[in-house]
Design a binder for this molecule. Structure first.
Ligand code: G3P
Length: 220
């Protein structure tokens, strides 16, 4: 499974890359706005930090304008994947952009029916939003499972990127459901590390060692 950070914050991305477990970054207009820099500059700075796919989203809503914006975003860096909302105009733009060789991440996907259209349009990635489906009483990960099954049935190459992940439970459920990519906020990535038994076990190892060797273990 590829792990992406769902953030435009450079410090968070720097930290995740240092751990060696971040394969890419997804942003959206809200995340870009939070950092306060023009999208071109922010995406360029992110591209300097991470050697992997970086999703940058258009804000136009008409197909032709989306395509114009998409070409500008794609030109920022070879790792840029252009994000387009799953609307009629967005699917039309995805079809055209994919034929031009521009990789598209079709976002704001909330159903297997929508995901089928994204694959038909040649999307490079589709982003079903798990957490937001849960927020309205659905079981978001069920959509991930259905989408991966449908894509497998017909050999669609579109990658399923589980998005809107709010907890380690979401991440594991998305992995079990077969998503190729999970994108998550930095705080969720941090939560994946945590287990009290790891901390307790390490503490006991070091205590037992110190009893005999009277010192913190050195790297041998
Ligand atoms: O960036 C796309 C998606 O991951 C946003 O999720 O947390 O705003 O529901 P969220």
């Amino acid at each position: 499974m590829k792990i992406f950070l769902d953030t435009a914050n450079l410090d968070e991305i720097r930290k995740g890359v240092e751990w060696g477990i971040v394969d890419g970054v997804t942003t959206n207009p809200s995340l870009i706005a939070k950092e306060g820099r023009p999208i071109e500059e922010q995406i360029r700075r992110i591209a300097d930090l991470v050697d992997g796919d970086i999703s940058a989203e258009v804000v136009a809503t008409g197909a032709e304008e989306m395509m114009r914006e998409a070409r500008q975003l794609a030109a920022i860096h070879p790792n840029v994947v252009v994000k387009v909302p799953l609307t009629r105009e967005g699917i039309q733009a995805t079809t055209a952009l994919s034929k031009e060789g521009i990789r598209v991440n079709v976002t704001l996907c909330f159903s297997p029916a929508q995901a089928l259209l994204a694959a038909k349009a040649g999307a490079y990635i589709v982003s079903p939003f798990v957490g937001r489906l849960d927020d309205v009483g659905h079981t978001g990960v069920d959509s991930i499972r259905d989408i991966t099954q449908i894509y497998r049935n017909y050999g669609f190459k579109t990658q399923v990127l589980a998005a809107s992940l709010r907890s380690p439970t979401h991440v594991i459920a998305a992995a079990l459901a077969g998503a190729q990519i999970a994108t998550m906020p930095f705080r969720v990535l941090e939560m994946l590390f945590n287990h009290p038994l790891t901390d307790k076990g390490l503490e006991q190892f070091l205590k037992d060692w110190a009893k005999v060797f009277q010192q913190t273990p050195v790297n041998v």
